[in-house]
Design a protein around this ligand. Sequence first.
Ligand SMILES: [Zn+2]
Length: 403
Amino acid sequence: MNSSGDIVSFKYNKMKKSKTERKESVKHIVVDQIENKLNDSHTQKLTNSDAEQLTDQAIELLHQLIVTPSFSSEEDKTALLIENWFVEYDIPFERENNNIWAYNKYFDASKRTILLNSHHDTVKPNGNYTNDPFKAFVEDGKLYGLGSNDAGGCLVSLIATFTYFYNRKDLKYNFVIVASAEEESSGPLGLKSVLKYLKNVEFAIVGEPTLMQLAVAEKGLLVLDVSIKGTASHAAHPNDDNAIYNAVKVMQWFEAYEFEKESKTLGNVKMTVTQINAGNQHNVVPSHCDVVVDIRVNDAYRNEEVVEIVKKAMPDHVEVRPRSLHLGSSSIPMDHPIVKSGINLGRTTYGSPTLSDQSVLSCPSLKLGPGDSTRSHAANEFIYVEEIGEGIDLYIKILEGIV
Ligand SMILES: [Zn+2]
């Protein structure tokens, strides 16, 4: 902290002003209960950013995020809660749509930047919920509520970690934190849409529940629409160009083909035919048969390469259309300093089969966060309150190892 009186009073005035502004902007939107809690808890602790205090504040923020619905592309109210955090800690931030980002105080353009990211949108609650998904309550050490585990716990832990490092002058890296939207829907206004504003990012930590183990690689997802052509005819007549029979051969290829390059952490590329559609009358041989192929791509291939390999293998009467190419695999080298730092702290490494916002990043990225991915999208979602404290503690220690 700076000890100059001028700066302190300047900061104090700025704080007062921004707090008033905040009140104006959120008054009608955020429920009174949240407003009161913010006034009670955050303001007293503005000057104290030690890890324990930050943990309490992070858990408080998580409560608020849970009780505030934030389905993908409807995250405006949780975005305000996150803005409030930065206002209360006097941290300048930027926002576009429902994405909010902030840099460390002593940002230095000559240094590389560590991106900390997690999302504040949630899926819709499934039909098996017996709790109110928007009620945040603690029972047996578990904090229940929609988005508690995916990815609220990770997000508040990363925000607390960022705040912990925010005022530090002696850092080797810059930090930027992005609380992003539209992760669950892979929507256009999520992390991908703000990457262009982020300066000099060297690598990223993406907060998703991994039990605080190091997910050093993540499979990408590629979906192909494959249309196999044939010759339409009356079923009573001879026809040696039946699209459905042609499709059988194509599907057998998808079943049998093995991609050459394996990945140590993610194994092979996995292709699965998951949908098939052809014909609408018993006596008509259809002109085409359409299949959908789900491909989980390892970090040895880019999605574009996989599409090329498939297209080359297909005969002329087969059309292959990728739905999108942007959900690529991701990884971080095992000898990357952040991975080494985690391993030194007793963390294990693994390859993750699930997809996260890592897929839109072109820099190396590590998936790491409190909570358990098997609780995500499940009924009566929860995170252990203790996991938040452990998460913040470990994030800080792993980062201390390199900054
Ligand atoms: Zn998630």
